[in-house]
Design a protein around this ligand. Structure first.
Ligand SMILES: CC(C)(COP(=O)(O)OP(=O)(O)OC[C@H]1O[C@@H](n2cnc3c(N)ncnc32)[C@H](O)[C@@H]1OP(=O)(O)O)[C@@H](O)C(=O)NCCC(=O)NCCS
Length: 136
């Protein structure tokens, strides 16, 4: 089931976020979100198996999309993106590491196109900027 996060979800979201990014807590301060930030959570039996964190500005920016490593390849990220595209009708942009093939494949499947590259954005790695702008 997908819903907007509530305060009780913050610890679990942070723990899941830390698994993929050790600086997650200090970078994203999800206990103190801005009014234009939204987190959607995917839960089964009250357990958070994945989340999607966005900025809802003139464009929507995906800041984090994380699925628990034990539950990957079960379409949870796809369901979260389907949910997002039902909710928003603006262009959606994101940044992804060049080596992150699972994520790049996922976003291509959802019609995101590469619009730019930032050289050495992540220490030694390039970032790919992707956008989907064909919405409604
Ligand atoms: C990227 C991530 C969110 C995908 O979540 P998921 O729930 O496993 O993805 P889905 O099951 O919905 O997969 C949908 C599509 O993504 C692509 N994909 C997912 N995992 C993949 C993998 N290991 N290798 C290649 N492509 C992959 C495929 O195109 C897949 O479609 P297919 O099953 O028809 O081939 C997950 O791997 C994750 O949490 N990674 C760590 C965090 C991260 O890198 N987030 C993105 C940062 S921008």
């Amino acid at each position: 089931m997908i819903s907007k996060y509530s305060k009780e979800d913050i610890n679990d979201i942070e723990n899941l976020g830390q698994e993929v990014n050790p600086k997650f807590k200090e970078l994203f301060h999800i206990n103190n979100l801005k009014e234009y930030e939204i987190i959607y959570v995917y839960k089964e039996n009250d357990k958070i198996l994945g989340f999607l964190h966005i900025l809802d500005l003139d464009k929507v920016e995906i800041l984090n999309l994380v699925v628990d490593s034990q539950y990957r390849n079960q379409r949870i990220a796809s369901l979260l993106l389907d949910y997002l595209f039902d909710e928003v009708s603006k262009p959606v942009i994101l940044e992804v590491r060049e080596s992150n093939i699972p994520a790049i494949n996922l976003y291509k499947k959802f019609n995101f196109m590469e619009i730019a590259r930032r050289e050495k954005y992540y220490e030694n790695e390039n970032a790919i900027i992707m956008e989907r702008s064909d919405l409604k």
